[in-house]
Design a protein around this ligand. Structure first.
Ligand code: ARG
Length: 607
C-alpha cells in the first residue's frame, strides 16, 4: 500500500525537477476538498515562478505538459485555473490501480494489518518505535485519566504497525516507591500469615489509605513500615517477595481492565519503574563524574542537598527557568538519597535507546507532564545519547471533563474508576440495542447481545475520545457517544453491519473477481475516498492527529450511504453491475473495518 500523492510524486517528481529545479519541502500534489477543482491539485507553479523569473501561468502550462506526458496516463483531465493552479482528475485506470488491496488471510506480502476482512498495510520498514503508554501507578486505582493514554497510545501502536514499523510497547507502570513499603508492612507485620491470601489487593489505593491511617495512629506500625521501606530498598528477600506478590495481584486486575478495553498491552509489555531501580545509583554517579559542576552545556550540581541536572544554551543562559527566574533543575536524587521520577526516566530512556534499539520513543501522557519530558529530551540530547536519526516524542492530551466542565469525578467527588466507566458503557449500549424484530421475535442470542453491547459500548468510549482534537479537553457524555447519528461509533458500526448484511445476501463469490464499480458519480466518489486511505493514515501519523482517521471513517460511511441510495446493488439491472457494486461494498467494508481497527475498535456483523 502506498499513498496516491506518493505515487504521483514518484511518477513525476524527477521530470518536474528537470523543469523547475528544487522546490524544497512543498508538497507537489495536494488533494482537493471540492471536486469542482478535480481530485488533486498541483500548485507548485505559483511558488516556483518567481525564482525562475517566469509568469506562473506559463510555468503551469509547462508543468501540465509534463503531467500529460506519462507513459500510462494518470489523469483524465488536466486544467489550469486562475493564476496557475493545475486541477487534476485521476484517470480510472490510475484510480483502480491504487485502490487498497483486500487482505486475504496471510498470503499477501504486506500483511502488517493482518485481520480477515481488512485491507493490506504498508510494506515493512526497518524502524523500531518504542511506545510508552497507559503506565498507571499501581498503588492507585486506574482512573479515567489513564483512559486517554491507553486509548491513544494503543491506536498509535496500531497505526505504526500498519505503516510497517516494528513496535515495542512499554507499560511504564509505577510499581516502586515508599507506598510499597507501607503495603508490605500491612501484609507482613499487621496481617496473620494465614489471612494474607484474603487481603483484597484489587484496590491498592484504598488499602494504602487504610495502612497510612494505621501508621499515623500506631507508632509501632509506623516503625514497622519505615523498616519495610528500608528492607525493600536493600533487597531483603522476604520483603521483595511480598512486594512482588502485591504487584502481581494488582497487575492482574489492571490486565482485566485492559482486556475489557481491548488494548494490545500484554504482561510482557510491562516494564515498571522497579525494573530500572537497580540502575539508578550507578547512573547518577556516572553523570556526576562526566558532568561535574561547572560543565557546559550540562552540569550535575548539588543544590540544597539535592543532586540536580542544570542545562544551558550556547550563550550559557539556563534553558529552563522557574517562576522566580532562577535556573530550573531536573532533580535526580533528593537530599535523603531517594531517586525520583526523572531519574527513572533517564535510565528507562537509555535502556530503550541502547537495549531496545529504538529509532523513535513515543511517550503518551497528559499535558501536565510537558516540562518533565522537555527536560528529559533536552538532557538526552545534550549528553549525546541520541544517535543519527533517533527521535523522541511526547504525545500529550487534554483532560476528560464532567458535565460541569470540571475534571470528571463521581458524585461524591472521587476519581471515576476506569472499570466502572467501561461497565456502564456496555450496560448502556445493551439498553439501546434493538433486540426484537418488528414481529416481536428475538433478533439475537444472549451471547450475541453480550458481544454486540460490549463492542458498541467500549467502541463508543474509545471513538468519542479519539475523534476529538487530541490536545483539547472534552466533556464525557454517554448520550452523545452512544448516539446512532453523527460522527459516533454506533453510526459507523451500523454502517459496517449494513455492508455485511448485503454481502451475506450474495454468497456466490463471482463478484470477488469483478472490477470495482466506478461509472456512476456516487461510485467514483466512494472509490476515490477508498484510494485516499493510505495518505489519510500517513497524515494521521504526522503529529498523531488520530481524529483524521475518525473523520475519514465518517465520510466513508456517508459516501457509502449516498452510493447505496442511488445505486441499487443486489437488484442492479445491467449484467455485471451487481458484481462490480458488490466489490465496491466489500472494499468499503474492509477499509471501514481496517480504519476502525487502527482506532482499536472491533466491528459486529449485525446490530
Ligand atoms: N506513571 C505515570 C503517571 O501515571 C506515567 C508514566 C509515563 N511514562 C514515563 N516514562 N514517564 O503519571
Amino acid at each position: 500500500m502506498s499513498s496516491l500523492c506518493a505515487a504521483l510524486e514518484q511518477s513525476f517528481g524527477d521530470k518536474l525537477r528537470q523543469v523547475l529545479g528544487d522546490w524544497g519541502s512543498v508538497a507537489l500534489f495536494v488533494s482537493t476538498k471540492d471536486e469542482k477543482f478535480g481530485d488533486y491539485q498541483c500548485n507548485i507553479a505559483l511558488s516556483c515562478a518567481k525564482r525562475l523569473g517566469v509568469k506562473p501561468r506559463e510555468l503551469a502550462e509547462k508543468i501540465a505538459e509534463v503531467l500529460r506526458s506519462g507513459e500510462e496516463s494518470c489523469f483524465s483531465e488536466i486544467t489550469i485555473a486562475g493564476p496557475g493552479f493545475i486541477n487534476l482528475r485521476l484517470s480510472e485506470a490510475f484510480l483502480r490501480a491504487h485502490l487498497p488491496a483486500a487482505y486475504d488471510g496471510g498470503s499477501c506480502a504486506l500483511s502488517s494489518c493482518g485481520k480477515e476482512g481488512t485491507v493490506c498495510g504498508f510494506a515493512p520498514r526497518p524502524e523500531t518505535v518504542v511506545v510508552d503508554y497507559s503506565s498507571p501507578n499501581i498503588a492507585k486505582q486506574m482512573h479515567v485519566g489513564h483512559l486517554r493514554s491507553s486509548i491513544i497510545g494503543d491506536s498509535i501502536c496500531r497505526v505504526l504497525s500498519f505503516l510497517g514499523c516494528r513496535v515495542v510497547r512499554q507499560n511504564h507502570v509505577g510499581d516502586w516507591g515508599t507506598q510499597f513499603g507501607l503495603l508490605c508492612a500491612w501484609l507482613m507485620d499487621h496481617t496473620d500469615a494465614s489471612q494474607r491470601g484474603d487481603v483484597d489487593l484489587s484496590n491498592l489505593e484504598a488499602l494504602y489509605r487504610q495502612a497510612q491511617a494505621l501508621a499515623d495512629e500506631d507508632p509501632e506500625f509506623h516503625e514497622q513500615s519505615r523498616r519495610r521501606v528500608v528492607a525493600l530498598h536493600n533487597g531483603d528477600a522476604e520483603t521483595i517477595a511480598t512486594w512482588r506478590y502485591i504487584v502481581s495481584k494488582s497487575l492482574s486486575h489492571i490486565e482485566n481492565t485492559y482486556a475489557l478495553l481491548g488494548v494490545l498491552l500484554q504482561s510482557e509489555d510491562m516494564r515498571g519503574e522497579s525494573f530500572y531501580n537497580p540502575m539508578l545509583s550507578a547512573l547518577v554517579e556516572e553523570l556526576q563524574q562526566r558532568y561535574p559542576a561547572g560543565s557546559r552545556p550540562l552540569e550535575v550540581a548539588v543544590s540544597q542537598g539535592a543532586t540536580c541536572i542544570f542545562m544551558y544554551d550556547a550563550d550559557g543562559k539556563p534553558l529552563f527557568k522557574g517562576a522566580d527566574d532562577e535556573p530550573q533543575p531536573m532533580i535526580i536524587r533528593k537530599a535523603d538519597g531517594a531517586f525520583l521520577y526523572p531519574t527513572t526516566d533517564l535510565a528507562a530512556l537509555r535502556f530503550r535507546l541502547t537495549e531496545l534499539k529504538a529509532d523513535r520513543v513515543i511517550y503518551t501522557t497528559d499535558i501536565r507532564q510537558t516540562l518533565h519530558f522537555q527536560m528529559l529530551f533536552q538532557a538526552a540530547a545534550l549528553m549525546g545519547w541520541l544517535g543519527e536519526g533517533q527521535k523522541l516524542e511526547h504525545v500529550t492530551f487534554g483532560t476528560v471533563l464532567g458535565p460541569n466542565n470540571k475534571p470528571l469525578k463521581t458524585r461524591s467527588g472521587e476519581n471515576v474508576k476506569l472499570a466502572d466507566l467501561l461497565h456502564e458503557a456496555v450496560d448502556r449500549a445493551r439498553a439501546v440495542l434493538k433486540t426484537e424484530d418488528d414481529q416481536g421475535q428475538p433478533r439475537f442470542s444472549e451471547a450475541e447481545i453480550e458481544q454486540i453491547s460490549r463492542t458498541v459500548g467500549i467502541g463508543s468510549v474509545k471513538y468519542a475520545d479519539l475523534s476529538q482534537n487530541r490536545v483539547s479537553d472534552y466533556v464525557f457524555s454517554f448520550d452523545r457517544m452512544l448516539a446512532m447519528e453523527g460522527n459516533t461509533a454506533p453510526y459507523l458500526l451500523y454502517a459496517y453491519a449494513r455492508i455485511s448484511s448485503i454481502l451475506r445476501k450474495a454468497p456466490d463469490s463471482l463478484w470477488q473477481k469483478a472490477e470495482v464499480a466506478m461509472a456512476d458519480p456516487a461510485e467514483r466518489r466512494l472509490a476515490l475516498h477508498l484510494a485516499r486511505f493510505a495518505e489519510t493514515v500517513e497524515g494521521a501519523a504526522e503529529g498523531w492527529r488520530l481524529n483524521l482517521l475518525c473523520d475519514y471513517a465518517y465520510s466513508l460511511a456517508g459516501l457509502y450511504m449516498k452510493f447505496y441510495e442511488t445505486c441499487p446493488v443486489l437488484s442492479a439491472s445491467e449484467p455485471g453491475l451487481r458484481e462490480q457494486r458488490l466489490r465496491l461494498c466489500d472494499l468499503t467494508g474492509r477499509v471501514l473495518k481496517t480504519v476502525l481497527s487502527l482506532l482499536g475498535l472491533d466491528v459486529v456483523e449485525r446490530m
